[in-house]
Ligand binder design. Structure first.
Ligand code: NAP
Length: 241
């Protein structure tokens, strides 16, 4: 087995996921670049390697059972275990998303990737994570999934969103349930929000850089053994549910 810490980042070919991979790689970790498109994945791996990161490509579509199973097989073969899983891949599902007019396909797309995709990948990787000394799971959520923030007068709540924001609320709830089930293990699982970052996801309207957005994922990926589990955090600390 490799002595380096082994991480997998889903949706790591661009945006915040790429910067999470770069940040974990800068720690000297071996980083699996999970991405569904061969060319985009290989381009990201090459760029990370050129920056000195021990990066390797992991073909991975989080909505596809066979792809996720094959990804777990690839990591098992390469490293024999997984120390850190960052469930970063996400989609809005398509805009606009007003609840009164939303297309059910938009709802399904957001939930399939942002929630079921996370469950699919996490469960496939759990046998490998259980072999780690200090396993960590980070779910990239969003403060738009905070019902407290959405209902706080004057708070920045983003656009009306019937699919994307509730999919992150759903993801937060699922994160809590994982933490409950895994409470007696050494696995820490938390949700993090990167803040509003300029990426493809929002037409580059975000005000933070993807690198700034990656910081919370890196913090949650490197928690000490007595760190929190089942929580929701951003750079400022705890985010209300
Ligand atoms: N940007 C923000 O302001 C912001 C704020 C809060 C939370 N977040 C969250 O942060 C995470 C990263 O977002 P981002 O802003 O970096 O978005 P992005 O630039 O659009 O990147 C999304 C990544 O997810 C991948 N992806 C989508 N569907 C996938 C699938 N089925 N299988 C595998 N990979 C898939 C994309 O791959 P392709 O290139 O193949 O499409 C891409 O690599 C998301 O979970 C997002 O919800 C972002």
């Amino acid at each position: 087995m490799s002595e380096r810490t082994i991480a997998l980042v889903t949706g790591a070919n661009k945006g915040i996921g790429y910067e999470i991979a770069a940040g974990l790689g800068a720690l000297g970790w071996s980083v699996g670049v999970g991405a569904r498109d061969d060319e985009r994945r290989e381009a990201a791996v090459e760029k990370l390697r050129a920056a000195g990161v021990d990066a390797f490509g992991v073909p991975l579509d989080v909505t596809d059972d066979a792809s996720v199973t094959a990804a777990a097989g690839l990591i098992e073969e390469r490293a024999g275990r997984l120390d850190v899983l960052v469930n970063n891949a996400g989609v809005t599902g398509g805009m606009p998303q007003t609840p009164t007019t939303v297309d059910p396909a938009t709802m399904r797309a957001a939930v399939e990737t942002n929630v079921i995709g996370v469950i699919r990948v996490t469960n496939a990787m759990l046998p490998l994570l259980r072999r780690s000394v200090s396993p960590r799971i980070v779910n990239m959520s969003s403060t738009v999934g905070s019902l407290t923030r959405q209902t706080t007068p004057g708070a920045e709540t983003g656009p009306i969103s019937a699919a994307y924001a509730p999919s992150k609320t759903f993801l937060n709830a699922v994160t809590v349930q994982y933490a409950k089930e895994l409470r007696d293990t050494n696995i820490l699982i938390n949700a993090g929000c990167p803040g509003f970052c300029a990426t493809d996801l929002n037409g580059f309207r975000g005000v933070r850089t993807p690198e700034q957005g990656a910081a919370i994922a890196i913090r949650l990926a490197t928690l000490p053994d007595d760190g929190p589990t089942g929580g929701f955090f951003d750079d400022s600390g705890v985010v209300p549910w």
